[in-house]
Design a binder for this molecule. Structure first.
Ligand code: AMP
Length: 397
C-alpha cells in the first residue's frame, strides 16, 4: 500500500493549499540558506504546470503566545515576507505575499488568485491555535482551498492545524518531497535489504533511547559512536575520565547490551584531550581513559572496526556524528565513517537529518548517499518506529 500523492489529485483550476517547510535561516531580512525553498519547487512547479491556484502555508521560527511583548518581537523576527521575495525569483509565476494569517485581506487574495499563480500566507505560527491543531483554525484555513498537499517533511511529526487539521477536512495527498522521504526511510526501516546496519552517534543516549530500542529490534548491527558511547563503556565497567557521561542511563545501557545479543558494536579506542575548549594535549587511548582527559572522537582502531562491520551492508541508516566534528581535530571519525558509508556498493544509505546530514554535505559527500533526510526530528521519529501524524492522516491509494 502507498499513500496518495499530488499526482493522484485533479488539481486543474483548483485552489491547492500546500504545507511547505520555508523555515529558513534569516538574518537582517536576508535568507542565509534557501535549500528548503528549493526543496519545495518540484511540487510547486508541478501544480503550476497543471493549472492549479497555489496557496502556500509554512511556519518560520517560534512565536511566543504567552508574553505580549515577546509575541510582537517574534512576529517581527519571523515574518515570512523575505521568503516570498526569494520564491518569486525561483519560480516563473506571480507570487503574492499575504502578511496576515486570516481575515478579509487573505480571503480577497484567495478570491483573486488565478491559475498558475501563488499566494504565500504569513507564518502559520502567528496563530496561537496552529500548534494546538485548533479545529476552528483548521476549518478556517481549509475553507480557503479545495485540496491539500503536505510537503513539509520537517513538520510531519507534529499534529498542527497546518499539517494535520486541514488534511482531516480536505482531500489530501503527499507532495514530492515528502513522498521521497517516506519512500527512502520506509524502505530502510520497514522493508530493508539485509544486512541493515545502523550507525548512531551524537551527544546523548537520552535523546536517542527510542531510536536505539527500535533499531535493536530491526537492524542486524547497531554501531554506536560519539559522546553517547561513553555511557555504554561505563556500563561495561570501563573508566571514561571526564568524557560525556549520563550516569542515570548506565543501567539502561546495560539492559540494551544484554538484550542486543552482540548486535551493539562500540568503539575500541578514542581520541582524547585534556580540555574541550582548549585542547593542548591530544592522544589516542585504548581501554580506560584517565581522569583529566575526555574522549572527543573515535580512534583509528574504531574506524577500522566500524569499516569492517559496514562491509556487505545492503542498508545503512546513520544518525549522529562520531565525535565533536565541528572541531577539525576531532572530525576524523565522522569523516571516515561518512566516506565508508558513501563507498559501500549497492547499498541504500540513508542519513537521518540533523548534524550527520550537515557533516555529509560539508564534506562533499552529498551525492554519494541514497537519501539525506530534510527533517531531523521527523526522521528520528520515523527511525523510532513512531507514527508521524502528518503522514498517517493522508489516505492510502
Ligand atoms: P546530536 O544532536 O545528539 O546528534 O549530537 C551532535 C553533537 O554531539 C555534536 O555537536 C557533537 O559535537 C557532539 N558530540 C559528538 N561526540 C561527542 C563527544 N565525544 N563528546 C562531546 N560531544 C560530542
Amino acid at each position: 500500500m502507498s499513500k496518495l500523492t499530488v499526482r493522484d489529485l485533479n488539481v486543474s483550476g483548483k485552489k491547492v493549499i500546500v504545507r511547505v517547510d520555508f523555515n529558513v535561516p534569516i538574518k537582517e531580512g536576508k535568507i542565509k540558506d534557501d535549500n528548503r525553498i528549493v526543496g519545495a519547487l518540484p511540487t510547486i512547479n508541478y501544480l503550476l504546470e497543471n493549472n492549479a491556484k497555489v496557496i502556500l502555508l509554512s511556519h518560520l521560527g517560534k512565536v511566543d503566545h504567552k508574553d505580549p511583548v515577546k509575541n510582537e518581537a517574534d512576529k517581527i523576527k519571523n515574518n515570512l515576507e523575505p521568503v516570498s521575495k526569494r520564491l518569486a525569483e525561483l519560480v516563473d509565476a506571480k507570487v503574492t505575499f499575504v502578511p496576515v494569517t486570516r481575515g478579509v485581506e487573505l480571503e480577497e487574495a484567495v478570491k483573486n488568485l488565478k491559475e498558475k499563480e501563488i499566494i504565500l500566507v504569513q507564518n502559520t505560527r502567528y496563530e496561537k491555535g496552529e500548534s494546538k491543531n485548533d479545529p476552528e483554525l483548521s476549518a478556517y484555513w481549509a475553507s480557503l482551498g479545495d485540496l491539500f498537499v503536505t510537503d513539509a517533511f520537517g513538520s510531519v511529526h507534529r499534529a498542527h492545524s497546518s499539517t494535520v487539521g486541514i488534511a482531516e477536512i480536505l482531500p489530501s495527498a503527499l507532495g514530492f518531497l515528502v513522498e521521497k522521504e517516506v519512500e527512502a526511510l520506509g524502505k530502510a526501516i520497514n522493508n530493508p535489504a539485509r544486512p541493515l546496519v545502523a550507525i548512531l552517534g551524537g551527544a546523548k543516549v537520552s535523546d536517542k533511547i527510542a531510536v536505539i530500542e527500535n533499531l535493536l529490534n530491526i537492524a542486524d548491527k547497531v554501531i554506536i559512536g560519539g559522546g553517547m558511547a561513553y555511557t555504554f563503556d561505563v556500563a561495561l565497567g570501563k573508566k571514561v575520565g571526564s568524557s560525556l557521561l549520563e550516569e542515570d542511563k548506565v543501567q539502561l545501557a546495560k539492559e540494551f547490551i544484554a538484550k542486543a545479543n552482540g548486535k551493539i558494536i562500540l568503539p575500541v579506542d578514542s581520541i582524547v584531550a585534556n580540555s574541550f575548549d582548549n585542547p593542548t594535549d591530544i592522544k589516542v587511548v585504548e581501554g580506560d581513559i584517565e581522569e583529566g582527559y575526555l574522549g572527543l572522537d573515535i580512534g583509528p582502531k574504531s574506524i577500522e572496526l566500524f569499516k569492517k562491520e559496514l562491509q556487505g551492508a545492503k542498508t545503512v541508516v546513520w544518525n549522529g556524528p562520531m565525535g565533536v566534528f565541528e572541531k577539525p581535530e576531532f572530525a576524523n571519525g565522522t569523516i571516515e565513517v561518512c566516506k565508508a558509508i558513501a563507498e559501500l556498493p549497492e547499498c541504500l544509505s540513508v542519513i537521518g537529518g540533523g548534524d550527520s546530514a550537515s557533516a555529509a554535505k560539508n564534506l562533499g559527500f552529498k551525492d554519494k548517499f541514497s537519501h539525506i533526510s530534510t527533517g531531523g526530528g521527523a526522521s528520528l521519529e520515523f527511525m523510532e518506529g513512531k507514527d508521524l501524524p502528518g503522514i498517517s492522516v493522508i489516505k492510502e491509494k
